[in-house]
Ligand binder design. Structure first.
Ligand SMILES: [Cu+2]
Length: 145
């Protein structure tokens, strides 16, 4: 009994030290790639306006638009981008919706649990609509300046 316990303890120590070693080397890798450009100011405001209880960090989703029953939750979202930005806009919908970003002419399908993600280089200036293509309901106005 005692011997099997100490064997377990040995095994645990071995695993722990292995894990620690792996973490250490991982850290160095992630720090190198973690320099993200600062595009976070407006995202924070958008999340607060919606006042939803969801606490999913918007960090890697870009701007998030929520669609409920085919309508933009909290009204038509106003997004503003700077010309040349690498834009990322995530649209979450509680029902399947064909979405269309005008101007850049990108079409994406959002499904419950499978948001549509628009990723594009904001190289054309102007104000562009995102609409639910099936119904023509506008969910966002994206300004690029
Ligand atoms: Cu359209």
């Amino acid at each position: 009994m005692t011997s099997s316990r100490s064997l377990l303890a040995l095994a645990a120590t071995a695993i722990l030290s292995l894990g620690a070693a792996a973490c250490g080397s991982d850290d160095e890798d992630t720090t190198a790639g973690a320099s993200t450009p600062s595009t976070t100011t407006e995202q924070t405001t958008a999340t607060t306006e919606n006042g939803t209880t969801e606490t999913t960090p918007p960090a890697d989703k870009g701007d998030v638009i929520r669609v409920k029953g085919g309508e933009p939750d909290g009204g038509v979202a106003k997004l503003s981008l700077k010309s040349g930005d690498d834009a990322k806009i995530t649209v979450e919908s509680d029902q399947e919706a064909n979405l269309h970003l005008h101007g850049y002419d990108i079409e994406k399908v959002a499904k419950p649990g499978a948001p549509a993600v628009f990723e594009f280089k904001a190289d054309a200036q102007g104000i562009f609509e995102i609409e639910v293509e099936d119904t023509g309901v506008q969910i966002a106005g994206v300004e690029v300046r």
